[in-house]
Structure formats: C-alpha cells, structure tokens
Design a protein around this ligand. Structure first.
Ligand SMILES: Nc1ncnc2c1ncn2[C@@H]1O[C@H](COP(=O)(O)OP(=O)(O)O)[C@@H](O)[C@H]1O
Ligand SMILES: [Mg+2]
Length: 364
C-alpha cells in the first residue's frame, strides 16, 4: 500500500500541511522540535490505532486551536485508490473510509497499515515487558479489529478488577465479584494469548532470517512467548491460573496473572539477548524484529505496509543503515532525520523540510 497524499490540519504544531510522498523513499528533514515526528504520527493514526507515542487523543490537536485535528488522506491499497478522513479530539477519534459514514477510528483496522520504527524501539530488548507487549499489540491491533476489541474488553475488566483488589477493606465481600471477573477475563485472556503466541511464532521465523542476514549468520535469533497464565490456551485452564493467584493479587493490590503481565523473551543461540547480547547484537535483534513485523503485514495483507522510520538511521552504524535501506525494497518509506545527505546519497529520495510545523518540498 502507498500513501498518495495527506492533508493535516490543527494537528499538534502543524496548522496546515499538504504532503505528497514519493511511492518509494521520502525524507523529511529539519532541526529538532520542528514537527517531523508529528507528521509521522498523523500518518500512523490513519491505521486506526492509537498514537505510537502513547498519549491521550485529546492531547493531539493543536493546543492553541479549536480542539480538533483533521487528517485527510488518499492512499492506494487492494488495487484501488481509497480515502480516509480522520478527526481527533477530546471525544476520541472518528473516521470515514471512502466517504462512508462516520465510525470509530478503530474500525479502520487492516485498511491502511504502517510499521513505525523509532529510537525508543532500539531499547526493546533491554526495555520493560510492557514495551515488548506494546510491540506485539501495535501490530496485532492494526491487523485484526477482533483482537483490538478483545484487548479493550480485557483491559476494561482488568481496571475494574484492580479497583476491587485495591479496596482491601471490602475484599472478603468482593470475593464473589472477583470470581465473576476471573471467569470473564479468562475468555478474553485465552483469545489474546493464543493470538500473541501465533504472532510470536510467525515473527520468529521472519526475524531469524533477517537477523542472520545482518549478522552474517553468526547467532540464531529466537523468540519465546512467556505467559504468566501457563502454556495452555484453554479458557478454563487460564481461569484456574488466574484464580490461583488470588492470594498474591490481594496482598499486592493488583492482578498478577494474565496477558497484561506476559513478556516476549528474545533469544540469541537460546540465551536471553537482554542478559547476554552485546549492544550491537541487541540492535540487530530490534532491526530484525521491525523487518519481521513488515514481513508479517506483507504475508497477511498481500501488500507492503508503509514504513515510517523516525530518526533511527542516525542511531544505527553504517552497515546496519545500509542493510535497512537495502531491505526497503519496493515499500514506501517515509524517513525523518536532521541531515538528509546520507539518505540522498544512498537512494533517490524525495526531500521535504519541516520548519516550525510548516512543511515544504525541498527546492520549492
Ligand atoms: N498539542 C500540541 N499543540 C501544539 N504544539 C505541539 C503539540 N504537541 C507538540 N507540539 C509541538 O511539536 C513540536 C515537536 O514536534 P516533533 O514532531 O516531536 O519534533 P521533531 O521534528 O523533533 O520530530 C514541539 O515544538 C512541541 O511544542
Ligand atoms: Mg522527532
């Protein structure tokens, strides 16, 4: 899929911008704090997912504006020209696809897909389990509206259950309620865990290949999905695991078992990369994971996702930069950076500039 054009109004510091990216590589350059990531964020929102910066929808419109941001786009997918109009503000995100009726933006899942690669991802191996869960969920929520809605249900139930667990004074009265929550959460948990496990296996296959290409076959990359609720995806078994943690949950005041506590273990020759990998190996692992994510979209959708590379090239060494650029293949890539010279040398990219939220095509 390719983004053909995008008009952004009242989004963060971008008052009004029109963007016509190349179908191959486009570089958006500019000093720090000018709005480059904001532009990528506005494109990412067209996937229907929440911002990759993990902020509330109401924080996205221009803080000095009317409280709403509008993003209009034309893109090419499933062999035809399509349109998404998105509106973001204090009432959340709504969207219309191909001039259809206004819907919740989350219903866009699977229509326009992006892989975002930003400097925070470089710490994925060493980072917290929450960051690795987010890596999985960012991809799965784009690919499956069903997954997104189950994950939402689960998180809503979890928040209610945690509120009960915190209220220790009334805990004995809450026992029956906790039973009800455990049972309802187990169904959603089983669905989420099974999906994630399958995703981990597919990513592993793709990433292993990418890892050995970057590293020259030195180590074998692997992924292990670590479930706090055991290895069985049967809801009644998961319910049993969740309930058996009741004592700990009450003592700690929050729920300790379920997909919200799971992790993705990244392995090199069978050992945890977090503990034993060098910084170079960890970066190669992240690069492999991101390329695998793109590969998975390709397999599932039958087309290439749009790649958004936010200021990551300057963080990678020469050989990894070259590898990444070579791997872009026929995908559309939108790359932000401070100094476009390197990418201009390596590719025949279109170059745009962002200055204080004003976007211009270089040379105009
Ligand atoms: N809701 C908002 N309203 C107005 N300006 C915002 C908003 N959120 C962020 N900004 C501004 O956006 C700029 C940062 O943009 P960003 O895209 O992160 O820069 P960079 O070019 O470094 O990627 C800052 O000047 C910040 O003040
Ligand atoms: Mg930035």
């Amino acid at each position: 899929m390719k983004l053909i054009s995008e008009t952004v109004r009242g989004f963060r510091n971008i008052e009004n911008a029109e963007f016509y990216p190349s179908t191959a590589v486009t570089v958006v350059c500019g000093e720090n704090g000018q709005g480059k990531t904001n532009l990528l964020e506005s494109i990412f929102l067209l996937t229907g997912a929440k911002s990759f910066r993990h902020v509330k929808d109401r924080e996205l419109p221009d803080k000095d504006g009317d409280g709403r941001a509008e993003i209009d786009s034309v893109f090419f997918a499933e062999g035809r020209r399509q349109e998404i109009r998105l509106s973001v503000g204090s009432k959340g995100r709504t969207a219309s696809l191909n001039r259809g009726s206004e819907k919740k933006a989350s219903e866009l899942a699977g229509k326009f897909c992006c892989v975002i690669f930003s400097p925070e991802h470089l710490d994925l191996v060493k980072g917290t389990p929450a960051e690795r869960r987010r890596f999985i969920d960012t991809a799965l929520c784009q690919l499956s509206a069903g997954y997104l809605s189950k994950l939402r249900d689960y998180m809503r139930l979890l928040a209610q259950k945690n509120a009960l667990l915190k209220d220790a004074r009334n805990i004995s009265a809450a026992y029956d309620m906790l039973d009800v929550y455990d049972e309802r959460m187990a169904d959603a948990a089983a669905y989420i865990t099974a999906y994630r496990r399958r995703f981990a296996a597919e990513v592993e296959e793709e990433a292993r290949e990418a890892y050995s290409s970057v590293s020259g076959n030195r180590e074998t990359f692997g992924i292990n999905y670590l479930s706090t609720a055991g290895d069985d995806d049967d809801p009644s078994e998961i319910a049993r695991m969740i309930s058996s943690a009741r004592g700990d949950d009450i003592r700690l005041g929050y729920s300790t078992v379920g997909p919200h506590r799971d992790d993705l273990e990244l392995l090199l020759d069978g050992d945890p990369a977090r503990v034993y990998g060098s910084q170079g190996q960890q970066r190669t692992a992240v690069l492999a994971l991101k390329l695998a994510e793109a590969g998975l979209f390709r397999n599932k959708l039958g087309e290439e996702p749009v790649l958004l590379l936010d200021d990551v090239l300057s963080e990678l060494d020469g050989s990894r930069q070259e590898f990444l650029l070579r791997r872009l293949g026929g995908s559309q890539a939108i790359i932000t950076c401070c100094d476009p010279n390197f990418i201009e040398r390596e590719t025949d990219a279109d170059v745009w500039r962002m200055d204080s939220g004003v976007l211009t095509r270089a040379g105009d």
